[in-house]
Design a protein around this ligand. Structure first.
Ligand SMILES: C[S@@+](CC[C@H](N)C(=O)[O-])C[C@H]1O[C@@H](n2cnc3c(N)ncnc32)[C@H](O)[C@@H]1O
Length: 264
């Protein structure tokens, strides 16, 4: 398939991306009970992320369950969902069948489940190294009544005899404690997330991206790869580009990049 020239990003305000800001989320979920509201606001004031306080968050208008077993999806990951949806629809038009899409590091399942809700034809699977996070993803799939294959895997070790995906996408752990989307979610916020979810444990700021590309090369999968680079600067992620024979970089905002391409 060919890569789109541009992606129709939904760049509207934070509100519509994530649903609600932290105070409003606690108010919405706990507002009916003054004691819960007071306790919730206190926990948030002490540094607990609001979605962990109330056990839920909103992403693209959908309510997901969450607790501290899984990473709280960044609102900016909505741009990755826009990119995967645009590429997958292009694939479907060009190939006459819905694509098989796999998500590396699915966490609470938010991104894959959002895609499946919007495009019931797409065949989705989500893998994660963290079995506790996958339990949250399975809860969300049950709650939303969606059928996606969720399985434990360190990189692709758990893939088994599943058919190869047409599209592999990921928002892997990236960056360091100073690579932040903005002031609202600081390093202390990300420190509350599961150990292997926010930052690469080895290999530097793009260690997981490099790991994924090396594994895919070894497996000889020639699927379309779509990876979020967050706010990693171009001079840092330049190391990834030689892996591709054909790639595009999409920028939903000037400092966010999404890399999309076929391996060489
Ligand atoms: C930044 S979080 C994103 C989670 C989810 N995609 C979301 O947007 O909410 C990265 C995820 O990658 C997973 N992960 C980290 N290292 C991994 C590995 N070696 N193999 C598979 N998954 C991994 C983490 O457990 C975590 O759930």
């Amino acid at each position: 398939m060919t890569l789109p020239d541009s992606i129709p990003f939904n760049t509207s305000v934070q509100e519509s991306l994530h649903g609600l800001g932290p105070g409003a989320l606690i108010e919405k979920e706990f507002g009916h009970d003054p004691d819960m509201l007071r306790t919730g606001l206190k926990q948030w004031g002490q540094g607990e992320p609001a979605p962990y306080v109330v056990g839920a968050f909103y992403f693209r208008g959908i309510r997901f369950r969450i607790d501290d077993r899984a990473y709280i999806t960044d609102p900016e990951a909505s741009y990755l969902v826009d990119t995967v949806a645009a590429c997958a629809m292009r694939f479907q038009n060009e190939h006459g069948r819905p694509p098989r899409i796999a998500e590396f590091g699915t966490g609470a399942g938010t991104l894959s489940l959002s895609l499946k809700l919007g495009h019931p034809d797409f065949v989705l699977s989500g893998l994660d190294v963290d079995p506790a996070a996958l339990e949250v993803a399975r809860d969300n799939a049950r709650m939303l009544n969606l059928d996606i294959d969720l399985f434990e895997s360190d990189y692709f070790s758990g893939w088994g005899d599943r058919p190869r995906p047409d599209i592999l996408f990921a928002d892997p752990p990236w960056g360091s404690r100073t690579d932040l989307y903005g002031d609202e979610r600081d390093a202390a916020y990300y420190d509350r997330m599961p150990a292997r979810s926010a930052y690469p444990v080895e290999g530097g700021r793009i260690g997981l991206h490099l790991g994924i590309l090396r594994h895919l090369k070894k497996l000889n999968w020639n699927c379309l790869v779509i990876m979020n680079l967050g706010v990693i600067p171009p001079q840092v992620f330049a190391e990834l580009l030689p892996f591709f024979k054909d790639h595009s970089l999409y920028q939903p905002t000037p400092d966010i990049h999404i890399l999309c391409g076929f391996l060489g």
